[in-house]
Write a protein that binds this ligand. Structure first.
Ligand SMILES: [Mn+2]
Length: 281
């Protein structure tokens, strides 16, 4: 099942060029909510905004690898837009320059339907599209990076996302108030996370070492050139930082944005890399 879902995602991926002069910033799993107690993103909003400013000024194309919106806990979009208006405005700037690409994850799976995108975000963006997958493709067609949310390797979350949504809305969200975490989420459950990574690695090996970048588990991964080429962007709901992946000058790096303890300024820290992408091919 996982193999079919990932292979299908590869086949239908939106293709974007990968060159010396292309610059991409990849974030995932923002889980933007309504700024209430259950909004896991609210505390990082300021840091994220600074980061977004930086990438906008420096001509990066923004790619979000799914779960940008928390539509399980929230049925309505208006409170989310209201809570994060500044961010939607910034994303709109990217979009107007054709520098915005969004994937859907399990928490915003309904965005797979164009009419839902229009209904939910039509007031913010004109002609916005959501994709399941993107293929960053270098000149040599065998040299590419597949970008997916990663719930394809977590097929219960892919096929029965609506059932999980029901549980989150009516069971886990109320329990979160008293400190009980959703045990079915790979982001909050270590065993589930390991399973997803294992299945992803298996698929990569079966598919000629196809490089994959995904999110979903919230655990950042950055392989060495000799390892299985499985990257993970981490998330934007870490306790006091956001983590993402930059691809620039045919090099890849894992980065973190946080507040510097001494200066209180928001800064970028390079966690891994930059490494030449060629090393993985
Ligand atoms: Mn997810």
């Amino acid at each position: 099942m996982v193999h079919q879902l990932l292979t299908y995602a590869l086949k239908k991926a939106k293709k974007l060029p990968l060159r010396k002069d292309t610059k991409y910033i990849l974030f995932s799993d923002l889980h933007k909510g309504d700024n209430s107690y259950a909004d896991d993103f609210a505390h990082n909003m300021r840091i994220y905004k600074e980061a977004l400013h930086h990438y906008y000024k420096n001509d990066f194309t923004y790619i979000e690898l799914g779960d940008g919106l928390e539509l399980w806990e929230n049925r309505k979009i208006k409170p989310i837009i209201k809570a994060h208006q500044v961010i939607f405005d910034l994303l709109k700037d990217f979009h107007e320059q054709n520098r915005l690409y969004l994937l859907y994850g399990n928490h915003d799976m309904i965005m797979m339907y164009p009419f839902m995108v229009k209904k939910f975000l039509g007031t913010v963006f004109t002609d916005l599209k959501y994709y399941e997958s993107i293929l960053l493709q270098a000149e040599n067609p065998n040299h590419n990076l597949l970008l997916v949310h990663g719930h394809q390797a977590d097929y219960m979350n892919y096929l029965f996302w609506w059932f999980h949504r029901f549980l989150v809305r009516y069971v886990w969200k109320p329990l979160q108030l008293i400190g009980i975490n959703d045990p079915t989420s790979p982001a909050k459950n270590y065993k589930g996370l390991i399973k997803v990574e294992k299945r992803m690695k298996k698929w990569i090996l079966k598919n000629d070492n196809q490089s994959v970048i995904f999110g979903h588990t919230h655990r950042p991964r950055f392989p060495k050139a000799i390892d299985i080429p499985m990257f993970n962007t981490g998330s934007c709901v870490h306790p006091d930082s956001i983590i993402g992946i930059e691809i620039e000058n045919m090099q890849i790096s894992l980065i973190k944005w946080e507040d510097d303890v001494n200066t209180q300024k928001t800064i970028k820290v390079v966690l891994e890399g930059p490494i030449n992408l060629e090393g993985y091919w």
